[in-house]
Design a protein around this ligand. Structure first.
Ligand SMILES: C[S@@+](CC[C@H](N)C(=O)[O-])C[C@H]1O[C@@H](n2cnc3c(N)ncnc32)[C@H](O)[C@@H]1O
Length: 200
């Protein structure tokens, strides 16, 4: 669960994709969110700069203690905007009561969380009825050729990326949960999805 080297290089390795558009996707994902917000699998905190100032509170959950160090330092540097509470925790078993959040956010999280359905159920439990889930995830490519390539490199990729399943059909998983998927935009040739789902 703890990946010191990955945590150390994570922001640097992702920097090119962040500058080529992922940063903008992260920013857009937070648009219009307010109230009590929870981010699951917050990693090194690449979403922290885009946490909405209108939020009352932001709770960020991440299990890897090396990622947490970086997440905490970004959250502290962000003051004096809405308070950010950082927890070491597992998105599959959240230590929160039912319906206490207005919104949940996950970015490139469901590919790595061992049981993504369980994590989506937990997010559903802690978000109030009428609340929202915003997601940004890479998925199994709709192109057979690219999907075959994903299948080939996924085992090796998983070893260097802390367990990320490159070929996981996260879009299909999202559509199969209790969340009511409202919008799902595709980019990256269909291999990245972003959107929102409501908790009915
Ligand atoms: C690819 S990183 C994404 C980090 C961040 N959300 C981002 O957008 O850069 C996946 C993250 O999922 C975290 N993770 C793995 N298992 C988890 C679990 N059971 N609960 C919550 N987070 C988990 C990892 O520690 C890692 O930080």
């Amino acid at each position: 669960m703890n990946h010191p080297l990955l945590a150390k290089v994570y922001d640097t390795v992702l920097a090119p994709t962040e500058w080529w558009g992922v940063r903008d996707q992260r920013r857009r994902l937070m648009d219009g969110l307010g109230g009590r917000l929870i981010e699951l699998a917050a990693g090194t905190g690449l979403n922290v700069p885009f946490y909405p100032s209108a939020a009352a509170e932001i709770h960020a959950v991440e299990p890897d203690r090396h990622m947490l160090v970086r997440l905490r330092s970004k959250a502290e540097a962000r003051r004096p905007a809405a308070p950010v509470y950082v927890y070491q925790g597992d998105a599959q078993h959240l230590p929160f009561a039912d319906g206490v959040f207005d919104a949940a956010v996950m970015t490139f999280a469901l590919c790595t969380i061992p049981d993504p359905v369980r994590a989506l159920d937990e997010a559903h439990r802690v978000v109030r009825p009428g609340g929202v889930l915003r997601f940004l995830e890479h998925v199994r490519s709709p192109s057979d050729r690219t999907a075959r390539w994903q299948d080939r490199i996924s085992p090796m990729w998983s070893r260097v990326s802390g367990g990320c399943r490159l070929n996981q059909p996260t879009d299909v998983i999202l559509n199969g949960t209790r969340w009511d998927v409202d919008t799902m935009w595709r980019s990256g040739g269909g291999s990245v999805v972003a959107g929102q789902a409501f908790r009915l």
